[in-house]
Design a protein around this ligand. Structure first.
Ligand code: CUA
Length: 177
């Protein structure tokens, strides 16, 4: 089959670009662990405020010492509106909304997820630079959308203190519905 020179150049060009696309995606997903947040776990949005998975809201350690942040979105704030996490430590965020869809964005980081009522969005990331981070809502959710913010303090690992309520007592899990 005779392929014209220009055609051959374009074919090679397309091949190279496609290879680049697939390679960068593979590196981001497998090498840098940039993965889409899960939407697997469900929750009753009307009961979310009392759900043991979100009571109290905020940062906690699990029994293995891993850091979790449980955050509720509502028009037009994040609960809790301020929290602190240790630097250079993986933090797993669990997010849910009690009303409409919001967008959780830790500005200038890769910590970002849609927050959809009825679901718990989860992702894990870490912050290497201590300091104050702004959390904004990046999904239009109503008249107060632009004021929907929270603050996250990233504290050097050695100075960070785990919150007092470290592990959720099992007894609260079963009966308050
Ligand atoms: Cu919440 Cu926009």
């Amino acid at each position: 089959m005779k392929v014209d020179l220009y055609e051959r150049i374009w074919m090679w060009g397309v091949g190279v670009v496609l290879t680049l696309f697939f390679t960068t995606t593979a590196i981001a997903a497998l090498g840098h662990h940039f993965q889409p947040p899960s939407h697997v776990e469900t929750i009753d949005p009307q009961a979310a405020m009392k759900d043991p998975r979100f009571t109290p809201q905020g940062v906690r350690l699990d029994s293995e010492g891993r850091v979790h942040a449980d955050i509720i979105a509502l028009m037009f704030t994040w609960l809790p509106p301020e929290f602190s996490v240790p630097a250079e430590t993986p933090v797993t965020f669990h997010l849910t909304s009690i009303d409409v869809t919001h967008g959780f964005e830790i500005v200038r980081t890769n910590g970002q997820s849609m927050v959809v009522p009825g679901y718990i969005s989860q992702f894990t990331t870490q912050f290497n630079q201590p300091g104050e981070y702004l959390i904004a809502c990046n999904e239009y959710c109503g008249i107060g959308h632009q004021g929907m913010m929270a603050k996250m303090q990233v504290v050097p690992k050695t100075e960070w203190k785990a919150p007092q309520v470290a592990v959720q007592p099992e007894s609260e899990v079963s009966h308050d519905h």
